[in-house]
Design a protein around this ligand. Structure first.
Ligand code: ADP
Length: 422
């Protein structure tokens, strides 16, 4: 009996022990499953969400995961901010930048390149570049494989736009296309070429005349009467003075262009200046025109006396040269609240509206013959424009062909001082 009871007691103890072990194992399993579920749930959270905390071995696993996740999150942040900086820098570049894949589709494009090539990143990313930039020169340059030299591309989309395009291969057959707007440079280069051609032409004409006279005289000096010889020599002298005037004007222009950026700030007495201009005008007119002067307002003018005199005298001399005898020339100086104005009104041949915007271009003349006859170089108004720009002043022209013109110079308030002239 006692033995049976002992066996039952032992068996009961074993069962109880097993139950405790099973319950313990189940509890451990449940804990592990719970942590595993937390891990799975965490893995579905957005990147950067902290790993949950746990005790024991899971605590170590979670801590290690946390460390690694933070490291990769920081790395991602650093890389994405580096990428953002790179994109910002590419966007801010004054040049166009376009990235092409190995099959020449557009991968990325900055704002400047959109403007240069007439593209739009919203719809054009992924498209083959040659479907959108179709100019044969560009297509040939892209496909030629020779990208040492840049391509000069005259844009078909925007009139007057000239681009310098350079392809730079990189990575696995990818390409970077850089585009630069060189329209302004091109215009300057054309201007320079025209200028050299114009100067050569302007000098060659009188030189040919002088050369012709000299040749005629050398060949037949004895055949000409003394008066004819003197007439020839006078004509040759006129031509040489013309060349002299042209060279003087060229030197004045070049001095204005290369000289000090700001003119001297002298105090110029408008009364003395205007009287000088009137005397010069009357001298040039030699009684062929009625010249009047009217002045109003108090104050002196600040600027370069020499330059201002030259600009005003130029406008007055044009009025004489382009006004037939018997005409009227009015010189007006006025100081008002906004600054000052000098104007020359004539009753001369006038200028048609389409020529007015171009009058200040070098060598631009409405009537070449008339300009020459009156000793013009075609540089007068270009010099005037330069001088006025240096004095922050503006030239306004209004004219009616056959009736006359008004050339006025508007000087800003800052150029007028109430202080007396020293
Ligand atoms: P130019 O030496 O030929 O006179 P300018 O530069 O002084 O050169 O003037 C440019 C052109 O502007 C002249 O050739 C002329 O056709 C026109 N022009 C200038 N002033 C007048 C004016 N007062 N009346 C009519 N045309 C003028």
């Amino acid at each position: 009996m006692g033995l049976i009871a002992a066996v039952v007691a032992i068996f009961g103890g074993v069962i109880a022990g097993l139950v405790v072990i099973i319950v313990g194992l189940l509890a451990i399993l449940a804990w592990n499953i719970r942590n595993l579920i937390r891990l799975v749930m965490w893995s579905r959270e957005p990147i950067g969400t902290p790993v949950p905390r746990a005790a024991g071995s899971w605590g170590h696993v979670f801590a290690e995961l946390n460390r690694r996740s933070r490291m990769s999150y920081d790395m991602r942040e650093r890389m994405s901010s580096a990428l953002e900086r790179f994109h910002d820098a590419s966007q801010a570049m004054p040049d166009g930048v376009l990235y092409l894949s190995d099959s020449d589709t557009i991968e990325w494009i900055n704002l400047k390149a959109e403007q240069h090539f007439g593209l739009n990143h919203k719809q054009d990313l992924g498209a083959p570049v040659t479907n959108l930039v179709r100019q044969p020169e560009f297509v040939h340059y892209l496909q030629s494989g020779y990208h040492e030299d840049p391509l000069i591309l005259h844009s078909g989309r925007r009139n007057g736009l000239t681009l310098q395009v350079q392809i730079i291969p990189f990575g696995d057959d990818q390409k970077m296309v850089l585009s630069r707007d060189i329209s302004q440079l091109e215009r300057l280069e054309t201007m320079r070429r025209d200028f050299v051609a114009n100067v050569s032409h302007e000098l060659r004409t009188p030189l040919t005349v002088v050369g012709g006279f000299l040749e005629t005289l050398i060949d037949g000096l004895d055949d000409f009467a003394r008066e004819d010889v003197i007439r020839f020599l006078r004509l040759a002298q006129d031509q040489s003075s013309r060349m002299g005037r042209l060279i003087d004007d060229l030197l004045t222009l070049s001095a204005l262009e290369t000289g000090a950026p700001a003119p001297a700030e002298e105090r110029i007495d408008p009364v003395a200046l205007m009287h000088e201009i009137r005397e010069d005008t009357e001298l040039l007119s030699a009684g062929r025109h009625t010249v009047t002067l009217s002045m109003s307002g108090e104050g002196a003018l600040l600027g370069s006396g020499k330059e201002i005199h030259s600009a005003f005298a130029n406008l007055a001399s044009n009025a004489v040269r382009y006004t037939p005898a018997g005409g009227k020339i009015e010189l007006v100086w006025r100081i008002d609240d906004d600054g000052a104005e000098f104007s020359v009104r004539d009753t001369g041949i006038g200028v048609a509206a389409e020529h007015i915007p171009r009058l200040t271009e070098r060598f631009y003349r409405v009537d070449r013959g008339r300009s020459r006859e009156t000793g013009g170089t075609g540089l007068g108004l270009a010099i005037v424009k330069h001088i006025l720009t240096r004095h922050q002043a503006e030239l306004k022209v209004s004219s009616t062909p056959g009736e006359g013109s008004v050339f006025s110079v508007r000087l800003p308030r800052a150029r007028i001082t109430k202080l007396p002239v020293r």
